[in-house]
Write a protein that binds this ligand. Structure first.
Ligand code: UD1
Ligand code: UDP
Length: 371
């Protein structure tokens, strides 16, 4: 039996790795162990509860206002003991967070093979997103298995000289997660508050946007909402105190914006499905909204998810106040433009990503995703 340790630590990694934990635990070929770093605390626990998964190890490293140094040092030191005790045959990490990078680095130091889920996403700008672009490129140097969500991600890895036999195009497991969460009969008091108005869904958290860029984003959003009485906005706010401070200063007191605590993943996916439009700097939300045909204004200068831009559902609007203001207004006032962006498309998978990953690990072969 192959011993596989699955490591994750933040909300988005958990959303995308919990379906894989379930798939792996259902297969007798694997002894599956789950280690969470606890880089996030409350936001991670929300996801673990939604999927009903209890970790075997919780490194519990989160501190308020943690720096990249805090996260890196604390995970590196504490994961060593878990890896030495368990000596897994393989460690699976996800994406591009500090948890991902540091867990892979620890495996490299102990010469334990690594599988990288959601491999090959790139902007090729080391500062955007920061520090994620570095993290995923670094993990790409270390990993023996590369589970690329799309052909485009595979092409990036090939261009960087990765051996093709280590790359498997599987789709993105976020689509597997949505099989558990999306419900046609979903109701919620916040959606009742929105009623017949257009729901504008907002999230923001990126490190490179903290401070002035975020201030500009929020100012633009407020101006548009104050001019358009047919809209109401819901903003489930990230727990980062720096984000909270700016949001309160710029959006507080506007009675058509509800700033609420982070919502569970089930609520989040169903809120997205009911939205008219989403404004975000999140990575995962850029993958989810296209399958609902919900246009996304991406408040970032770069994206590692060009598939959604090519399909027309995502538009990169940066963090300049006037650009966000004009792009947001256009989608409320120009129906043709809105229709052009609201075509549902699903470049990121068919919900069988975890099966493909487990097939690769169990049988050495799989049915590739052709998106
Ligand atoms: C992290 C990841 C980012 C990912 C994001 C998803 C890194 C460097 N960044 O960024 O790639 O897109 O998660 O959300 O790995 N906090 C809480 N409770 C929580 C979670 C966070 O209080 O459950 C607060 C803490 O004060 C913490 C701060 O938020 O210091 C920031 O968390 P951190 O993980 O350092 O960075 P994120 O911006 O969440
Ligand atoms: N999400 C959630 N609750 C929220 C906000 C987001 O469950 O209040 C989900 C969202 O559906 C997506 C993921 O969290 O699956 C995205 O996480 P985040 O934006 O924090 O990180 P990123 O994807 O940018 O790394």
């Amino acid at each position: 039996m192959r011993k596989v340790l699955i490591v994750f630590g933040t909300r988005p990694e958990a959303i995308k790795m919990c379906p894989l934990v379930i798939e792996m635990k259902n297969r007798a070929a694997f002894h599956t162990i789950v280690c969470v770093t606890g880089q996030h605390k409350e936001m991670l626990n929300q996801v673990m509860e939604a999927f009903n998964i209890l970790p075997d190890y919780d490194l519990n490293i989160m501190k308020q206002n943690q720096t990249l140094f805090d996260i890196t040092v604390n995970i590196l030191e504490s994961i060593k003991a878990v890896l030495e005790k368990e000596r897994p045959d393989l460690v699976l990490v996800h994406g591009d967070t500090s948890t991902t990078f540091v867990a892979a680095l620890a495996c490299f130091y102990l010469q334990i093979p690594v599988g990288h889920v959601e491999a090959g996403l790139r902007t090729y700008n080391i500062h955007s997103p920061y520090p994620e672009e570095f993290n995923r490129q670094a993990v790409g140097i270390i990993s023996q298995y590369n589970f690329a969500p799309t052909q485009l991600a595979k092409a990036n890895l090939i261009r960087e000289g990765k051996d093709e036999s280590t790359i498997f195009v599987t789709g993105n497991s976020v689509i597997d997660a949505m099989r558990y969460t999306v419900r046609s009969d979903f109701t919620h008091p916040e959606l009742e508050w929105v009623g017949e108005k257009k729901l504008i869904f907002i999230t923001a958290h990126r490190r490179e946007n903290l401070g002035e860029p975020m201030r500009h984003m929020f100012r633009a959003i407020r101006r548009v909402l104050e001019e358009h009485l047919d809209c109401k906005a819901i903003y489930p706010i990230h727990m980062n105190p720096i984000v909270r401070e700016v949001a309160e200063a710029e959006l507080g007191g506007c009675d058509r914006i509800h700033i609420i605590d982070p919502i569970g993943v089930l609520d989040c996916h169903n809120f997205e499905a009911r939205s008219y439009l989403c404004l975000t700097d999140s990575g995962g939300i850029q993958e989810e909204c296209p399958s609902f045909g919900v246009p996304v204004l991406v408040m970032r200068d770069t994206t590692e998810r060009p598939e959604g831009v090519d399909a027309g559902t995502l538009k990169l609007v940066g963090t300049d106040e006037e650009t966000i203001y004009e792009s947001f207004k256009l989608l409320l006032e120009d129906q043709e433009e809105y229709k052009r962006m609201s075509n549902a498309c699903n470049p990121y998978g068919d919900g069988n990503t975890c099966k493909r990953i487990a097939d690769v690990l169990e049988f050495g072969e799989y049915e590739p995703w052709n998106g």
